[in-house]
Design a protein around this ligand. Structure first.
Ligand code: MG
Length: 376
């Protein structure tokens, strides 16, 4: 893998919080990726909702398959730009580790429950998972990942949380939010790969579920452009193959757009090292036209899919499950696993416990504690 001078170089990593000897055959970012793949939180992603509840169908994306798709798109773009593929893969595989069960509904409900206790943000929770909550090493909590991987995982962070992080780790992971700087290019790339991935797979899952139709997608220029191209190349194409061919062409167009626009932005900026990118506005980006098209598609998915009455009905129930779980554990912490029950800060322990749950474990626990079976 040939790295550009502005790529993150594992030999120049800002390192791990707990000093460890270098591995004989792997770079530091390969090691991060391997630690993430072996973590408990990673395996749980299989049973966590992306948009559709896990048990609603076997073919819908889960957090796991979403994360794999982000890693695939990210690596593919990174290779063309001579950025560090291993770092991109590590960040992509870890970026959603902090997600609650039931997707955004779960996160919103947990944030409400934690309102008086510092709130709940899934990005910060992903960082907590790799910094604190994984219990795999004798000498430290968490996975002890490199600074660059942790920086990529913490995509967003409120000012208050950034200040809290900065207190615990001066000149560390929270500082860029206080100084309004960017993360490295590999982290920037993961953000965009995330958007490209969910836009595409949510169209696929949305049509598969019957909640959105190919006819509705005629209003979305980005999709329509590629559906037209597909029909020109394959007259009479219809149904699933038309959907896949259109999505495939749409994905390729977005990937090539990011590569061309970013290569150009990097050349214009005259970057000489990885740190140069941190002081500038984001360089990994779509062209202005593709930015508009992607934003239009996101708006379509928001209104027609994420806010579809059937999804909204699930959202109400999912929020109730999370809220009632939260109250039950707060009233009786001994109902949690011993390690969580023993912690002094009960509210945060409950949030960590619930955030770590898979959809079906949350449903079962809710039934055990309340006698009501929801979402089944
Ligand atoms: Mg994601």
């Amino acid at each position: 893998m040939s790295l550009a001078p502005y790529a993150c170089d594992p030999a120049r990593s800002r390192g791990r919080r707990h000093l460890e000897e270098a591995a004989p055959t792997r770079t530091e970012y390969q090691r991060d990726r391997d630690r993430i793949v072996h973590s408990t939180a990673f395996r749980r992603l299989v049973y966590k909702t992306q948009v559709f509840l896990n048990h609603e169908g076997d073919l819908f994306r889960t957090r796991m398959t979403h994360s794999l798709e982000v890693a695939q798109l990210g690596r593919s773009i990174a290779r063309s730009l001579h950025l560090n593929e291993d770092l991109v893969e590590a960040v992509a595989l870890a970026h959603d580790l902090g997600h609650t069960p039931f997707g955004h509904a779960g996160q919103d409900a947990l944030d409400d429950c934690m309102g008086a206790h510092g709130g709940f943000e899934h990005n910060l929770q992903s960082l907590r998972v790799v910094d604190k909550l994984e219990e795999r090493y004798p000498a430290f909590d968490g996975l002890n990942l490199t600074f660059e991987t942790r920086e990529g995982i913490l995509k967003h962070c409120s000012k208050a949380n950034a200040q809290r992080l900065e207190l615990g780790e001066p000149d560390g992971i929270g500082l860029r939010f206080l100084e309004r700087k960017q993360p490295g290019l590999e982290a920037q790339l993961c953000n965009l790969a995330d958007e490209i991935a969910y836009n595409a797979h949510d169209i696929d899952d949305g049509v598969r579920s019957g909640l959105i139709t190919l006819e509705q997608l005629e209003d979305v220029e980005l999709f329509q452009r590629h559906a037209r191209e597909s029909l020109t190349a394959y007259p009479g194409l219809q149904g699933r193959r038309l959907l896949y061919e259109s999505i495939r062409r749409m994905l390729s167009a977005q990937v090539y757009d990011v590569i061309a626009e970013t290569a150009n932005a990097i050349a214009q900026a005259g970057l000489t090292c990885a740190n140069d990118a941190r002081d500038l506005s984001p360089l990994v980006r779509f062209s202005p036209d593709m930015r508009d098209r992607s934003t239009e598609l996101k708006g379509f998915l928001l209104h027609k899919l994420y806010r579809h009455p059937q999804v909204a009905q699930m959202t109400v129930q999912a929020k109730r499950v999370v809220r009632e779980l939260f109250n039950a554990y707060r009233d009786e912490p001994a109902q949690m696993q011993a390690g969580f029950a023993a912690r002094a800060d009960t509210a945060r322990a409950v949030a960590d416990y619930i955030a770590g749950m898979t959809d079906r474990f949350a449903v079962r626990e809710h039934e055990r504690l309340t006698g009501n079976r929801l979402l089944a």
